[in-house]
Write a protein that binds this ligand. Structure first.
Ligand SMILES: [Zn+2]
Length: 179
């Protein structure tokens, strides 16, 4: 209920007549993408009642498997704003995010993420299985130990690799890019 109150608060802070129903905007962006041959996902990033970046999923158009709506919109917002921390942002997405996008959402530190449908609800209409996962089990795959995952991960530890980190620490004094 608190989130609903905050949402309507955002709606009242609208600049000159433009719709600030950001959920509807996200759905419309995805709907248009589907009509244009794209996949049914979109992301809208809002800070202080203003859209700072938005994108549909462009995997079908670009053949880039990382061109998910969240990845593209977060990249655009952060590049545009000159920060890797989207503090104060509300991020609207069409569905509960895939693990790749969930990771990107953790990395950019938004205030909140609003998803507009569930994977369970849309799985009747849309599925995206790959060589190493079925859509429904991808989160479970991530919770396994690295050597139990279906993706062949191979450890080959070299001291020279660690040396790169040591050098970074020497140059940067252990500074961490925290929000
Ligand atoms: Zn994704």
């Amino acid at each position: 209920m608190q989130s609903e109150a905050r949402q309507s608060d955002e709606r009242t802070r609208m600049p000159g007549g433009e719709s600030t129903d950001f959920a509807a905007r996200t759905i419309e962006l995805a709907r248009r993408n589907v009509e244009e041959g794209g996949r049914p996902f979109a992301c809208v990033i809002v800070i202080d009642g203003e859209v700072v970046a938005e994108s549909p999923n462009l995997v079908a158009q670009t053949h880039d498997p990382t061109a998910h709506a969240e990845i593209l919109a977060i990249r655009d917002a952060c590049t545009r704003l000159g920060t890797e921390h989207l503090v104060g942002a509300t991020i609207y997405i069409l569905a509960l995010p895939c693990p790749m996008c969930l990771g990107s959402l953790y990395y950019c530190s938004p205030d909140r993420v609003v998803f507009l449908s569930t994977r369970e609800a849309y799985s009747e209409y849309y599925v995206d299985d790959r060589k190493y996962f079925e859509f429904a089990g991808l989160y479970d795959e991530f919770s396994k130990r690295w050597d139990e995952r279906r993706l062949p991960l191979q450890a080959e530890q070299r001291p020279e690799a660690l040396e790169v980190y040591r050098r970074w620490h020497e140059l940067n004094g252990g500074a961490r890019p925290r929000a």
